[in-house]
Design a protein around this ligand. Structure first.
Ligand SMILES: N[C@@H](CCC(=O)N[C@@H](CS)C(=O)NCC(=O)O)C(=O)O
Length: 285
């Protein structure tokens, strides 16, 4: 029988933890190397990667541009989190939490930093009064679901995704605990989407943009390979909604920005102009 782990009196970092991300994780914050961020010519400078948290913001920018908000032109620079780009001094200056996405808005008197994907979505929605309802009741419902995503997805990604896919060992207790929670969250969302076309009601909002890259991608089998394990075919309303969002050009474009995996015509490592999409197969499934 495997020896049971007994926690020591004082926790210390194990240099051989294993798993996909252990090489970059440390128990301390702050910059590890001094390096400035690159800068482009547009009013917004985004530093990101096409993970679910990153894609929320690139979908928002692409949607704004397609909606005719010309001021929302942006440069999207790649932050390779496996290479530790999030720990450079330039990045830590704009996000002390060292996680993508992070944004600089240069439209005002002084550059303004915005970090946390939910904060970025809300900032852009408020600034341009798009993808957020203006009535206080509908705005509240949009924010309910935006913050639901922020609180819930760490259990889906850091909990279920980690223990089912990335942990160096399959630990039954961890997988059971988080499979249960992932399915509970999916049921919450599926019930909501049985009532309204979009998450927060009749309108497409930043709540859809935040939730789709996690729960939409999950039911479509794009993250964690868990369609069979979690019986994801059962969440019919989420599938209906995800398929509807996948008809939107902004969603199709946004999911490709800062993508460094997949076929070469399915990645746009950096985005500096809308013509950058010309060589890209935006409609791939
Ligand atoms: N709550 C944050 C989460 C951001 C986050 O977890 N980003 C991940 C990629 S999806 C990251 O940068 N990880 C790098 C690291 O942990 O060092 C948000 O929504 O912006």
């Amino acid at each position: 029988m495997a020896k049971e782990y007994v926690p020591p009196n004082v926790w210390k970092m194990d240099d051989n933890m294993g798993g996909n991300f252990s090489a970059i994780n440390r128990p301390t914050a702050g910059a590890r190397v001094k390096r400035a961020l690159p800068e482009g010519k547009h009013p917004f400078q985004l530093y990101s990667l096409a993970t679910p948290n990153g894609v929320k913001v690139t979908i928002m920018f692409e949607e704004l541009l397609l909606a005719g908000v010309k001021e929302a032109e942006y440069d999207a620079f790649l932050i390779d989190i496996n290479e530790g780009d999030q720990f450079t001094s330039g990045f830590v200056d704009i996000n002390p939490n060292s996680k993508i996405p992070a944004l600089i808005d240069k439209t005002g008197d002084k550059p303004l930093r915005i970090f946390e994907s939910g904060s970025i979505l809300l900032y852009l929605a408020d600034k341009y009064q798009r993808f957020i309802p203006q009535s206080i009741e509908k705005r509240a419902e949009t924010l309910n679901w935006l913050f639901w995503q922020m609180g819930s997805a760490p259990f889906l990604g850091g909990g279920f995704g980690h223990f089912y896919k990335y942990a160096p060992k399959k630990i039954e207790y961890g997988i059971n605990r988080y499979a249960m929670e992932a399915k509970r969250q999916l049921d919450v969302l599926d019930r909501k989407l049985s009532e309204t076309p979009f998450v927060a009601g009749d309108e497409y909002t930043i709540a859809d943009m935040a939730i789709f890259p996690w729960y939409g991608n999950l039911v479509k089998g794009k993250i964690y390979d868990a369609v069979e394990f979690l019986s994801l075919h059962k969440y019919k309303h989420i599938i209906r909604w995800a398929d509807m969002l996948l008809q939107r050009e902004g969603v199709l474009r946004g999911r490709l920005v800062n993508r460094t995996w997949g076929d070469s015509d399915q990645q746009l490592k950096e985005r500096h102009s809308k013509t950058d999409f010309e060589q890209i197969d935006i409609a791939f499934r």
